[in-house]
Design a binder for this molecule. Structure first.
Ligand code: ATP
Ligand code: PRP
Ligand code: MG
Length: 294
């Protein structure tokens, strides 16, 4: 198929082509029923059931493509939006609940440097040159700190004798620890987001995609808790499970009893079940949610 001539009437959606955001983004697309076939090595794939084309790009380039209106929607990290100075030019539509990490100044664990001031006039390696330069301007108005860019494996720079400190992303801290580094300052915290061009070309379709993705995220974050309880102690139980909007309360065919249904954050589920049991709820069940709409 001649892909290029099939693009003009399609919403273009930029997807990270590799790295930490790739697998989770594909899972969001699958949950949103955006099915596609991607030919080996091709960075454009047509969605089969909607007029959308997926464009696979490095996460770092996605803010600029969206900000300049070359594509309509994109998924990337907030750090990349700031680094490419596109925060004014893109609309942050939705937090996606993954890609959470911090951008930190790191120095050798056993070295003499323990504070950012001591890095002034020294050598820093980073793949976040713009944010790092801006950060050091506050400490070093004369610009004596040498900031060098590297596109990956930044943690190796100190051990190789190329840097006195680095600025890089940290999630679990394992990479930092393995490289013998420690954090001395956090520049920012970041999460993956869905971003949109400020000049939408396919507003209705865009709304549909956003609504589907939001539904998948909510379904991933929540479960449905149901239980039976005597009406006289209902208020204690609904204080534990107030639901996302409000709990559903249904009369049971047993005098004085009601059944309750409420959405609960998955990470709080076990604790809520313990608390419900203590106040006297019985027949407590937890059901997974496949998909949802607000
Ligand atoms: N360890 C991590 N944990 C969570 N999110 C991360 C982590 N590393 C990076 N990210 C997020 O993912 C975005 C893309 O970074 P990533 O390093 O995965 O992409 P890449 O550099 O294109 O790929 P690769 O490093 O595999 O070449 C980052 O801007 C950040 O928002
Ligand atoms: O705190 P952690 O959980 O260890 O994660 C942090 C690491 O993840 C990213 O690296 P990535 O895997 O993208 O490799 P890269 O350094 O080659 O970009 C980031 O650049 C850190 O190196
Ligand atoms: Mg990387």
């Amino acid at each position: 198929m001649d892909l290029v001539n099939h693009l003009s009437d399609r919403l273009l959606f930029a997807i990270p082509k590799k790295g930490r955001l790739y697998a989770k983004t594909l899972s969001l697309l699958a949950g949103s029923d955006l099915s596609f076939h991607r030919d080996n090595r091709l960075d454009i794939a047509l969605v089969k059931n909607l007029p959308i084309a997926l464009v696979f790009l490095p996460a770092a380039d996605i803010p600029r493509y969206v900000g300049e209106g070359n594509v309509d929607l994109g998924i990337t990290g907030q750090d990349q939006i700031l680094e490419s100075e596109m925060n004014e030019k893109v609309e942050e539509v939705l937090g996606l609940g993954f890609g959470d990490c911090k951008l930190q100044v790191q120095v050798p664990e056993n070295g003499v440097i323990t504070a950012v001031e001591q890095l002034v006039g020294k050598r820093i390696v980073t793949s976040f040159g713009v944010l790092t330069k801006r950060f050091f301007e506050n400490w070093d108005p004369n610009g004596s700190t040498a900031i060098k860019n590297a596109s990956g494996s930044v943690e190796a720079a100190c051990a190789l004798g190329l840097a006195d400190g680095i600025v890089d992303l940290v999630e679990s801290g394992e990479t930092m620890k393995a490289a013998g580094l420690k954090p001395i300052h956090t520049l920012l915290t970041t999460t993956a987001v869905l971003i949109a061009s400020k000049h939408p070309r396919f507003a209705d379709l865009q709304k549909t995609i956003i609504s589907r993705i939001r539904g998948v995220i909510v379904a991933k974050q929540y479960c449905l808790v149901t239980y039976n309880i005597e009406r006289s102690i209902l208020s204690q139980a609904t204080a534990i499970t107030p639901g996302k909007r409000a709990p559903s309360i249904i009369s049971l065919d047993a005098p004085g009893w009601v059944a309750v249904q409420a959405m609960v954050l998955k990470k709080e589920c076990a604790k809520k079940m313990d608390e419900l049991e203590i106040v006297g709820a019985v027949d407590i069940l937890v059901v997974g949610i496949d998909n949802s709409r607000a």
